[in-house]
Design a protein around this ligand. Structure first.
Ligand SMILES: *[C@@H]1O[C@H](CO)[C@@H](O)[C@H](O)[C@H]1NC(C)=O
Ligand SMILES: *[C@@H]1O[C@H](CO)[C@@H](O)[C@H](O)[C@H]1NC(C)=O
Ligand SMILES: *[C@@H]1O[C@H](CO)[C@@H](O)[C@H](O)[C@H]1NC(C)=O
Ligand SMILES: *[C@@H]1O[C@H](CO)[C@@H](O)[C@H](O)[C@H]1NC(C)=O
Ligand SMILES: *[C@@H]1O[C@H](CO)[C@@H](O)[C@H](O)[C@H]1NC(C)=O
Length: 190
């Protein structure tokens, strides 16, 4: 638990630092978060900071479970970001979290999602979620060159999918070239 807590603080500090660095230049951090909100609070802390810091513009969030997607929408919506698009891997399942490692943690995302339904994906609307790689490509293509920060606080499959992606309706650039053009900073939780 202590390790996860320290990691949470490290992530928070990293995002904070990213935003403060931007603030020093009177710039807003254009941020995409890739997370796995379901069992511990590190991702939620990152999302909370991203939703509340004045010099962060939360562009999009990618997650990997249905309740995570709905919880992200609820948390961002609660803080006024009702339009933030959320990407969710397919096929959509109701796979939940069971802590058979420490037998201490519990799944909380579905509770947050149900009781605080809000934002672009209200409770019951998970099928409206974006495909994560399509959301990456659409979001990056719409931003200025060299302007986007990606914070990866979860699994790497969707970043891998972005790297593997090819030209589409959003951009003629393949994934690596799109990243090279648009992303200025990649912050990864280790
Ligand atoms: C979303 O959250 C905001 C802020 O708490 C609240 O004002 C609004 O009523 C909520 N919307 C819904 C649909 O619950
Ligand atoms: C997941 O659970 C919700 C709420 O009970 C339900 O509406 C939805 O159809 C389920 N989705 C799947 C893919 O089973
Ligand atoms: C959620 O789904 C319902 C039923 O399909 C639809 O009427 C509604 O517009 C959706 N809400 C959002 C925010 O997409
Ligand atoms: C997104 O990541 C999930 C795992 O986190 C993976 O299963 C899924 O295939 C990825 N989506 C794409 C389009 O690569
Ligand atoms: C991307 O391509 C690599 C190399 O072919 C492969 O190992 C990886 O699984 C691919 N990623 C996704 C998300 O499909």
């Amino acid at each position: 638990m202590l390790y996860r807590l320290l990691r949470t603080i490290a992530i928070g500090s990293t995002l904070l630092l990213a935003s403060v660095t931007g603030g020093a230049h009177h710039e807003t951090t254009q941020l995409i978060i890739d997370a796995d909100i379901f069992s511990v609070v590190d991702d939620t802390a990152a999302l909370f900071l991203a939703s509340t810091l004045p010099n962060v513009n939360l562009l999009a969030v990618n997650v990997h479970t249905q309740s995570s997607a709905l919880a992200v929408s609820a948390i961002a919506g609660h803080h006024g970001h009702t339009g933030v698009p959320v990407g969710l891997l397919r096929p959509i399942t109701n796979d939940s979290f069971f802590d058979d490692w420490l037998y201490e943690r519990r799944e909380y995302a579905s509770k947050v999602a149900y009781h605080y339904s809000n934002g672009s994906l209200p409770w019951g609307n998970a099928t409206d979620a974006w495909d994560p790689v399509a959301l990456y490509r659409k979001t990056l293509a719409a931003q200025k060159d060299g302007s986007v920060t990606i914070a990866s606080v979860g699994f790497f499959d969707n970043l891998s999918g972005l790297l593997n992606s090819t030209a589409d309706a959003y951009s003629r650039l393949p994934g690596p070239a799109l990243i090279a053009a648009k992303v200025s900073k990649l912050v990864i939780m280790v």
